[in-house]
Design a protein around this ligand. Sequence first.
Ligand SMILES: [Zn+2]
Length: 285
Amino acid sequence: MKALHTYASLEHFLQHFHSEDACIQYLFHQKWPDGYSCPRCQHTDCYTIASRRIPLYECQSCSHQTSLTVSTVMERSRTTLRKWFTAIWFVSRSDKGVNAVELSSLLHVTYKTAWSMLHKIRRVISQHDTQHTLNGHIDAAFTLYGQSHRHVASTAISSKQHPFITAVSHPLERNSNTMVKMKLVCRELITGRRLSPIAYEQFDTQHSSANKIRFIPLTSYHQRTQAVPIQNLAKHMSTWLNNTFHGVGALHLQMYLDEYCYRLNLEAHHISTWRHLSMLCCQIC
Ligand SMILES: [Zn+2]
């Protein structure tokens, strides 16, 4: 099955992923783009054991059996591949994403199953995020989720507000694009509305490979003006969280921040989010 770069609508998507067999073919191609290769001995011939819902492949040399879903987000799931791929397609949509209530209705699965599927997809996205650091010139500022951004520098932070650093990289090389990261910071590193230098140092160490990172403090009008593009990104992210998920608590907030940045960064690099996300979810992760 040919892997299209993008699908304009759910109908278009389901026309291509019209059956479980079509999804199996797609998953096979994602796992072994150059044809079957035994994960133990790299032999290239196998027997197909088709008596199960998803085939097993047995190496003709060493008899090792492997499944298409082993070590993917779909491993040990009883949900069909077609439902999984549909969920991945919904998450890949740049305009909205999808919440668990909507997904459970769309896929005719329980809320618990829908939430679990989305959680596994987000975990893959967050793992991908940790493998890529920012580089080039980086601007970063202290941002908040859970309040009006007009008052970001005016009053003390409440327990319902979640502080994070938003950073935007501007690569030095031509043909590179900007990249955004949003990372939660510990409340212990905030005094009043000031972020401790330790928080910036931790961010720099964990998420940047740049030799020039500029953290913009928000203590003066001039600095707040400089930080407006970054604050606008955080504001847009907050609107997305509130509109799609009706608010998100602290426990899983980092995954949602990663999901938001993931789509944003792929769009900046003109990469199909569906294509990239389906690859992440289908390959060993
Ligand atoms: Zn083998």
